[in-house]
Design a binder for this molecule. Structure first.
Ligand SMILES: Cc1cc2nc3c(=O)[nH]c(=O)nc-3n(C[C@H](O)[C@H](O)[C@H](O)COP(=O)(O)OP(=O)(O)OC[C@H]3O[C@@H](n4cnc5c(N)ncnc54)[C@H](O)[C@@H]3O)c2cc1C
Length: 514
């Protein structure tokens, strides 16, 4: 048996960030990661000899404040200032390319509307940005700090001025479709503009409530939501996080799973006393902080017998079904996409908002869409070292692929879907099929098995209005502390949500130190 001040479960970016900040504040911290290496869903791994990719492969939501709090620059992190373009691709329309607030290839009316649209969203995103890095007040709390958080939000929105404030209230909960329909006419352009509002969630363009808020949250990163590949790729980013943790004195243990969070009961109630590891070793600690998703943390590692029935029911009911699959292709050469000189940046293969909606319609019933929609990129254009010289990786986020497939996931289904996706890509990049050396398809079911994320959900749990803010993951655990003394959460299942933002990890550390 060994002992430490703090145990962090999970070495994804949030676990690493929380661990580093606590160690910097003087705590003795041990981080335990089940995978063979660090990074969670952003962990770089070889999927074919010489070809290295990570499931999460671009940055957009990571704020400067997190980069600065960890001095990541001192540990080799360089957030490239060359942001990635987003290109709407369609077999029926010419490509439309977006770069910041500029647009190329669209009709005159859409071109005229775009800059104003982007600037308006940026204004709203800046007003909301401070709230992603705050601890949400407890429901019913009337303390000064809680009132100040609400007051700050109100003031920021009031400071928008009357016209913008009214417009913010009007659009904040609109379906993405209604928002973009008001401004644009191009079908593939509208689909691409919806993409960042719905990606990773159980939402499609017609879904009400949180599409616009998700988009505004994503725009709060370093380059106002523009995607970028860090210099040296995700390997350099994860190495920088690991280096910051090591320099702060965190003990990093990879290839080790926590099998149980140990609970000691007394007349004063339940207290978390440490963890049990997969080699049966017990490590005791003053606190345990879990970056694993809430269902894994409470239902698997704590166990319902230590939880109030109402709380465990709330955790059980959390919606956490993932619908994004990752396709990796090892390519012998750079593919040629029709209409593009180079396939740089993000390519959105969704001809219209209806195509996105129809793909979701099938997935909601546990079926595979007839025409999946995809976000494609070639990370080796920015990080050539991740594949042998002259060869490339194609990485695609494929929506909507249900983790719980009605017919069940088998190798035959995986192979059939992979062949369908490659054939679909061949329509946009004729000849790509012949360049494929190998492929890997990670369904949400595979993400659950390989990365320990319940349901394989992008955000650990759905960022729906009833699972956000002071309700994330439930109202009893929304301030990072949980109903069990000494047990905290710090992963994507906590406020504000998933993406590589580091906000849950940083916020949890601040709460624990306060
Ligand atoms: C297909 C896909 C593509 C994505 N692409 C992007 C992208 O390009 N950019 C972006 O910003 N976001 C992306 N995301 C979202 C992003 O990856 C997640 O929201 C983010 O990784 C969550 O970070 P985290 O640190 O909270 O958790 P995770 O990254 O899930 O890390 C949690 C860690 O905990 C470990 N763990 C779990 N249980 C245990 C246990 N019992 N013992 C020890 N360790 C344990 C796991 O092994 C894992 O390493 C993507 C998600 C998906 C599904």
């Amino acid at each position: 048996m060994s002992s430490t001040d703090t145990i962090i479960i999970g070495g994804g970016h949030n676990g690493l960030i929380c661990a580093t900040l606590l160690a910097k504040a003087g705590q003795k911290v041990m981080l335990v990661e089940a995978g063979e290496s660090l990074g969670g869903l952003a962990r770089p791994r070889e999927f074919h000899p010489g070809f290295k990719a990570s499931v999460a492969q671009t940055l957009y939501a990571l704020p400067k404040s997190v980069i600065n709090a960890l001095d990541l620059g001192q540990h080799g992190f360089i957030p490239s200032n060359e942001t990635l373009t987003t290109t709407a691709l369609s077999l029926n329309e010419p490509p439309v390319t977006l770069a910041g607030s500029t647009i190329a290839g669209a009709c005159e009316a859409d071109t005229a509307a775009f800059t104003g649209y982007k600037q308006q969203l940026a204004v709203f995103s800046r007003a909301l940005a401070p709230f992603w890095s705050k601890t949400m007040p407890r429901i019913g709390a009337t303390g000064l700090q809680d009132l100040m958080t609400f007051g700050h939000l109100g003031l920021n929105i009031r400071k928008l001025g009357k016209a913008d404030m009214l417009e913010f209230f009007r659009v904040a909960t609109l379906p993405m479709r209604d928002l973009v329909d008001e401004h644009f006419t191009g079908e593939s352009l509208k689909a691409a503009l919806c993409w960042d509002g719905v990606l990773g969630s159980q939402l499609a363009p017609r879904s009400p409530n949180q599409g616009v808020l998700t988009l505004l949250n994503r725009m709060a990163g370093h380059w106002e939501g523009e995607h970028y590949a860090p210099v040296g790729g995700m390997t350099a980013f994860i190495d920088a996080l690991a280096s910051a943790a090591t320099a702060a004195g965190v003990t990093l243990r990879t290839g080790t799973s926590v099998t149980q969070i140990t609970i000691t009961g007394s007349e004063q109630g339940q207290r978390c006393s440490g963890v049990k590891l997969d080699n049966d070793e017990i490590v005791t600690s003053e606190r345990v902080i879990s970056s694993a998703d809430p269902k894994t943390t409470f239902l698997k590692l704590v166990g319902p017998r230590h939880l109030e029935i109402e709380f465990s029911n709330r955790i059980r009911r959390l919606r956490s079904k993932g619908y994004v699959a990752k396709l990796h292709l090892a390519l012998s050469d750079l593919p040629k996409f029709t209409g593009l000189e180079t396939p740089s940046g993000r390519l959105i293969l969704a001809p219209s908002m209806d195509t996105i909606e129809f793909a979701w319609d099938a997935a909601k019933y546990g079926e595979l869409p007839e025409l999946p929609v995809m976000e494609v990129s070639l990370p080796t254009l920015t990080t050539p070292g991740d594949a042998p010289t002259g060869q490339h990786i194609l990485s695609a986020n494929v929506m909507y692929i249900p983790g719980e497939l009605k017919e069940g996931w088998t190798d035959t289904v995986r192979k059939k879907l992979t062949a369908q996706l490659i054939a679909q890509l061949d329509g946009y990049a004729p000849g790509i099929k012949a360049l494929v050396l190998d492929s890997e398809l990670l369904t949400p079911d595979d993400l659950q098995q390989q990365f320990g994320v319940w349901g394989g959900h992008w955000h650990h749990i759905e960022p729906a209005i009833d699972q956000l803010l002071m309700m994330r993951p439930t109202y009893e655990a929304a301030q990072y502390a949980t109903p069990i003394d000494g047990l905290y959460l710090c992963g994507a299942g906590s406020h504000p949500a998933g993406d590589i933002s580091g906000n849950p990890g940083r916020n949890a550390a601040r709460e624990i130190l306060s």
